[in-house]
Design a protein around this ligand. Structure first.
Ligand SMILES: NC(=O)C1=CN([C@@H]2O[C@H](COP(=O)(O)OP(=O)(O)OC[C@H]3O[C@@H](n4cnc5c(N)ncnc54)[C@H](O)[C@@H]3O)[C@@H](O)[C@H]2O)C=CC1
Ligand SMILES: C[N+](C)(C)CC(=O)CC(=O)[O-]
Length: 321
């Protein structure tokens, strides 16, 4: 089967935080977008989110013909997918819901149109179980905000054709993304395994009264967060080993891994902990609205992306390296 990789029409099912991010990215790349979401008021909410992202996308550079007017909102799954060249599902993270939804999506879609799911960690072999032509079904796990962050984890299930993985990578690249093929189908894939470990420890620190949510965020944003935008943990720690590199680093800091610094199992989400986290982040928000902070975040990300791109070029590297 030849899967469609030159896409003109992008279908988005589910238009919450992530679905609307996909819609904004696809529109900015000059595609026609058809969207469906069953919630009352979903179309207005989607158009508002896309409008809030558009300023950042204009600064980054729109493809010729890109326009918010090329978004069409429809009222059925079938109308959303029947003419689509590529389909991206961003529905709630519930296995039963995705299983049922993908049965309907895949039955109505063109047989060679690729189907991607934004799931953060559910297994494609499970939720594509009842799909028609499951060989074209993949996970394309993006990162928020989808319209700016390049990473997309591409994961196949037991029925996914290797050519479909390659074809999905081609499509995501055409949308300006940096696909990472997760070769083994494991819950949480790669990135969320890492992010969730950090998140668990952060919740323990709040629960144990060690730090507020704001202090924990400061511990990230003024330290490791700055270097993570251009260098990952393994290479960073190689440099931290000095001239002897990772071998010296392992000898010096490896034994500390045996000390009980981290808990890993998540704390119980008691009402008290939830209140502390919510109150802490409310203090951090201050008088800023979510959409104002989204625009601030987008401007910061554009600045970081541009700085990393320019600096890599100075060192003879491409952005994707
Ligand atoms: N929020 C995040 O940071 C990230 C979320 N994801 C994944 O993206 C997917 C969507 O998550 P969010 O956008 O955060 O959720 P959300 O709650 O913001 O949006 C979900 C949307 O799905 C709609 N919906 C409800 N039932 C539906 C159905 N049967 N079919 C289609 N749509 C339906 C809702 O009306 C809502 O607009 C999930 O699989 C999640 O794991 C992936 C990366 C990051
Ligand atoms: C919280 N989350 C697991 C849904 C986050 C992601 O999947 C990726 C992200 O954007 O951090």
């Amino acid at each position: 089967m030849r899967f469609i990789t030159e896409i003109k029409t992008f279908a988005a099912l589910g238009s919450g935080v992530i679905g609307s991010g996909w819609v904004a990215r696809a529109l900015a790349h000059g595609l026609d977008v058809v969207a469906w979401d069953p919630a009352p008021g979903a179309e207005a909410a989607l158009r508002k989110r896309v409008a809030n992202a558009w300023g950042a996308l204009e600064k980054q550079g729109l493809a010729p013909g890109a326009s918010q007017d090329r978004l069409r909102f429809v009222t059925t799954i079938e109308a959303c997918v029947k003419d689509a060249d590529f389909i991206q599902e961003s529905a709630p993270e519930r296995l039963e819901l995705k299983l049922e939804l993908h049965g309907k999506i895949s039955a109505a879609a063109k047989p060679n149109a690729l189907i991607g799911s934004s799931t953060s960690g559910l297994l494609p072999s499970e939720f594509y179980e009842g799909s028609t032509h499951p060989e074209r079904c993949v996970v394309g796990h993006p990162f928020n905000p989808v319209y700016l962050l390049p990473l997309v984890e591409v994961v196949g299930g037991k029925n996914t054709a290797p050519e479909a993985i390659q074809a999905a990578i081609t499509v995501y690249e055409s949308l300006g993304m940096r696909p990472l093929h997760v070769r083994k189908e494991v819950p949480g894939f790669i990135a969320d395994r890492l992010l969730e470990a950090l998140w668990r420890e952060a919740l323990h620190l709040v629960n144990d009264g060690v730090a507020t949510t704001g202090e924990i965020d400061d511990a990230i944003r003024f330290g490791a967060g700055l270097r993570w935008s251009f260098m990952g943990t393994f290479l960073t720690y190689t440099l931290a080993g000095g001239d002897a590199g990772m071998r010296h680093f392992m000898a010096q800091f490896g034994p500390a891994l045996q000390l009980p610094w981290t808990y890993l199992p998540a704390p119980e989400l008691t009402d008290k902990l939830i209140d502390e986290v919510v109150d802490g982040t409310r203090d951090q928000l201050g008088t800023h609205s979510i959409s104002a902070l989204e625009r601030y975040r987008d401007d910061c990300l554009l600045a970081v992306l541009e700085a990393v791109k320019t600096t890599k070029a100075k060192h003879g590297m491409s952005f994707a390296e």
